[in-house]
Design a protein around this ligand. Structure first.
Ligand code: AN7
Length: 364
């Protein structure tokens, strides 16, 4: 008898821990089961005895962690009879909503800040065929408009204020514990709307509790470390920010929707929030690419900037096991990447053997 079972996405895999009925039609693109990659070169480079893993969520079907929440949100929207979904987005949510909507055969409307989303995310959203509505305003304005319009039009909101988004995203914590055999000591991640830190914390709590017929998998929970961009850091300011600015456009958010739940995660896990400048974030993005071969988008690199900072200060002590979530793929934002490498001139040479050989020998 074959033991073979095809992986068909996180809803089927974690069905007993998700609010999806047996007969519900699941809308999936085989999201989840992303690699947990141990960093090999950076710990040596910084000379610290730490074990750092990155959960590379950029390898989800649309290139970000949003797919975990979207498979749940769209599955439930379709189950409840919705013909259309809507979201405001800094880019990744719109790409993910667009993909899952087309998979389900329903319509997606996405509100994006005009000119402030990364090129790859715009390309995806266009290709998946969503109805894009650009607004002269930032994400926070778009989010307010989406909440208002949902009261006047038959559209289901699939932003992370939709509780099914959090349900789907909590599975990333399950995967980490299933793979490591236990929770890490510290979990580091970027914070924008704070849906993801809320979801991870929910996942870690559920795996360390007896719920229903399910026994706790572990007793351990990590300390949650949330990192923001300096120009968009309401959790550090402890108040909403009116004109958020950062090169990490994914987290260019001043009015986080999951405010209370993120503070609960911080408090209950005895964690903290910190902010880092655009320059620090970009340095971390390049460091990861050029030392480990892992290319994440700028917002995701906030988790690396933060972890390395907190390791250097001792806030995260030596001997710790740390997981950093890399929320999105680096190829989503080619403009920022190419701009970061503008000093690395590609050489242009004559197309002959001598010239190619010379180009190699000159650069060895
Ligand atoms: C790569 O797509 O809000 O703290 O509209 O795309 O759960 O909001 C994106 C957020 C981190 C922040 N990293 O997560 C959107 C959107 C990346 C992101 C975040 C986002 P939350």
């Amino acid at each position: 008898m074959s033991q073979h079972k095809r992986y068909t996405g996180l809803i089927e895999h974690y069905r007993e821990r998700l609010p999806v009925a047996r007969d519900t039609r699941v809308i999936s693109l085989c999201e989840g089961r992303t690699p947990l990659i141990r960093l090999e070169n950076i710990p040596r480079l910084i000379g610290k005895d730490v074990t750092i893993y990155v959960k590379f969520e950029g390898l989800n079907p649309t290139g970000s962690f949003k797919d975990r929440g979207m498979t749940m949100a769209v599955t439930k929207a379709v189950d409840q009879g919705s013909q259309a979904i809507i979201c405001a987005s800094t880019g990744n949510t719109s790409a993910s909503a667009a993909a899952y909507a087309v998979r389900a055969g329903i319509k997606a409307f996405v509100l994006i800040p005009d000119g402030k989303i990364a090129l790859g995310k715009l390309a995806q959203t266009l290709m998946y065929g969503a109805q894009i509505i650009q607004i002269n305003g930032n994400f926070d304005k778009g989010m307010q408009l989406v909440k208002d319009v949902a009261e006047h039009a038959p559209v289901a909101i699939v932003n992370s204020i939709n509780p099914f988004r959090i349900e789907g995203q909590k599975t990333a914590a399950f995967e980490i514990i299933d793979e490591l055999g236990d929770a890490p000591d510290y979990h580091c991640l970027p914070v924008g709307n704070a849906g993801n830190i809320t979801a991870y914390w929910k996942g870690y709590k559920e795996y360390s509790s007896d719920i229903g017929g399910l026994k706790a998998v572990t007793k351990k929970r990590p300390v949650m470390c949330g990192y923001q961009a300096a120009g968009a850091a309401p959790f550090v300011a402890r108040e909403m920010v009116d004109n958020p600015e950062t090169i990490a456009t994914a987290i260019r958010i001043g009015r986080p929707q999951s405010w209370d739940m993120a503070w609960a995660a911080q408090r209950e896990s005895e964690g903290w929030f910190e902010s880092f400048t655009d320059e620090q974030i970009l340095v971390a993005q390049k460091l990861l690419s050029q030392n480990e071969g892992i290319f994440c988008e700028p917002a995701s690199a906030a988790s690396i900037a933060g972890a390395l900072h907190d390791i250097s200060t001792g806030a995260i002590p030596e001997g710790s096991t740390i997981v950093c979530t890399l929320t999105g793929n680096g190829i989503k934002d080619p403009d920022v990447a190419i701009n970061q490498c503008k000093d690395a001139h590609p050489v242009t040479i004559d197309a002959d053997l001598y010239s190619v050989k010379k180009a190699i020998l000159d650069n060895l």
